[in-house]
Design a protein around this ligand. Structure first.
Ligand SMILES: [Zn+2]
Length: 213
């Protein structure tokens, strides 16, 4: 049986740039409740920390603003672990390697030069790998074909962002959950936890290169 921390770890990325994305942490909500949270910037999982016997293993932080990520409003329909697994299983497996333009991070700096010469910087998904951090090569590691998205309720999601959700639901033996969807993300919720997955914002027209970096 997985612990809550094991489940949370599915949503972290030990190689992430931002420290809070590398491992689960404790976060104090506006209503004073303590939450145990994990996110890699594309997906998020949040448990009520009061139900955990090992919450003290996690470090408390106050950034980022977790509540901004959550969708308010009513749940519209249900989503099952089975449906998620089936959708993910339809995505072809290919051999990939880390994208050399974003170093596998999935995002890059864009710069805009204004007429007065001032420069403005923003981070956005890498256009070469579509934010997946990987490109297809002849002899790399096996992974999901990064040019495929999984459609849920009209939104397009990367399979690698949905897989931890499907795996967590299976590990917790939760067959089906209420879920809601806004323009950029889906959210599943039970009495114990909330999970959010961000949509992939780019169309899948990139990443045709099969060359090694
Ligand atoms: Zn890239």
């Amino acid at each position: 049986m997985n612990t809550i921390i094991d489940t949370l770890k599915l949503f972290s990325d030990p190689d992430a740039m931002r420290p809070f994305e590398r491992k689960p942490f404790l976060y104090k909500m506006k209503n004073g409740a303590m939450a145990a949270v994990a996110t890699d910037g594309h997906r998020l999982c949040l448990f009520n920390a009061n139900q955990m016997f090992d919450a003290e293993k996690l470090e408390e932080i106050s950034e980022p603003n977790i509540e901004n990520v959550l969708i308010t409003g009513n749940y519209v329909t249900t989503l099952s672990a089975d449906r998620l697994h089936k959708a993910i299983a339809q995505v072809p497996i290919i051999t990939t390697e880390k994208c050399c333009d974003c170093y596998g991070l999935g995002y890059v700096d864009y710069v805009f030069e204004a007429h007065d010469g001032e420069h403005y910087w923003e981070k956005h998904e890498c256009p070469v790998c579509g934010g997946s951090g990987y490109v297809g090569v002849e002899d790399g590691e096996e992974d999901f074909d990064y040019t495929y998205g999984v459609r849920i309720n009209g939104g397009i999601f990367l399979p690698k962002h949905l897989k931890p959700v499907a795996d967590a639901l299976t590990a917790m033996q939760i067959p089906e959950l209420l879920f809601k969807h806004d323009h950029h993300r889906i959210q599943l919720e039970s009495e114990q936890f909330v999970m959010v997955v961000m949509e992939n914002m780019l169309e899948f027209q990139y990443g045709k290169s099969k060359k090694h970096c």
